[in-house]
Design a protein around this ligand. Structure first.
Ligand SMILES: Nc1ncnc2c1ncn2[C@@H]1O[C@H](COP(=O)(O)OP(=O)(O)OP(=O)(O)O)[C@@H](O)[C@H]1O
Length: 239
């Protein structure tokens, strides 16, 4: 099957300095794909470049068979790409419902109410918080609002930057279970995660990045069982 997202020979960075030096990566439709690697490897920069928030200088990015390399973020959302950034990913003074509504601005759905119901069915905990300011919620609940907002544009591909950052182990499991539910709704997921072992356990495929380049890619299971990956990126312990 051809890839939903294909990144070829990507070079990108900030102010003319390349952070992504040469990245190749394919994400198949309806898979969960995880990017791991050391701090500063360029993982967030890769996601931001795919979502046109960081400047690409070389290489191509294709989505659903179309070259999207030159498109702006506002053009990517209607095509079916959405992103949840790592931090400051909700509007704290807006209510939960207003935050969800913001997610429809760039690509208004035909039936907003049906999409909202669909999103709330994934995050039932948010139902009795709809009128509350998002800034008053716990970290895990805020992450649900951010993911819900991103899903309001009905994306085919959801980019998530460290969805479990700063969350308790209990919430970490909740978020990973939610990702499996989101995938069941037909959404393909590409995420960056520091909780690499847990993420690889639910992932179809993983990509280890080092210094802006591919180090190794493979199925989640094969990376969990790879000695070099275990030693250098998973804390050494058996999977
Ligand atoms: N807006 C920016 N302007 C300039 N340099 C930046 C910017 N954002 C990130 N960088 C630099 O790019 C490099 C890669 O950062 P990036 O956040 O992509 O790494 P990462 O692999 O996601 O790291 P972490 O796991 O620590 O989040 C770092 O050296 C960082 O300082």
């Amino acid at each position: 099957m051809s890839a939903l997202l294909s990144v070829q020979s990507l070079v990108a960075g900030y102010g003319g300095v390349a952070i992504i030096e040469d990245i190749n990566l394919d994400v198949a439709e309806n898979e969960i794909s995880v990017i791991i690697g050391p701090n500063g490897a360029g993982k967030s920069t890769l996601l931001k470049t795919i979502f046109a928030l960081t400047a690409r200088s070389e290489g191509t990015i294709s989505f659903a068979g179309k070259d999207i390399s030159g498109l702006k973020t506002s053009q990517l959302v209607p095509l079916g790409i959405s992103m949840v950034p790592q931090s400051r990913n909700v509007f704290p003074t807006l209510t939960v419902d207003e935050n969800l509504d913001v997610g429809t601005y760039a690509a208004p759905p035909k039936d907003k109410e049906a999409v909202r119901e669909n999103v709330l069915s994934l995050f039932p905990d948010l139902r009795d918080k709809l009128g509350q300011a998002a800034g008053e919620l716990s970290g895990g609940q805020r992450q649900m609002v951010a993911m819900g907002r991103a899903l309001m544009s009905e994306p085919k591909l959801l980019l998530l930057d460290e969805p479990t950052a700063g969350l308790s182990p209990a919430y970490l499991e909740i978020i990973f279970d939610l990702l499996l539910d989101i995938r069941k709704h037909g959404v393909t997921i590409l995420m960056v995660e520091q909780n690499a072992k847990q993420a690889l356990r639910i992932a179809d495929n993983g990509h280890v990045l080092v210094s802006g380049r591919n180090f190794i890619s493979g199925s989640g299971e094969s990376l969990l069982n790879d000695d070099a990956v275990r030693r250098s990126f998973l804390g050494g312990a058996a999977a």
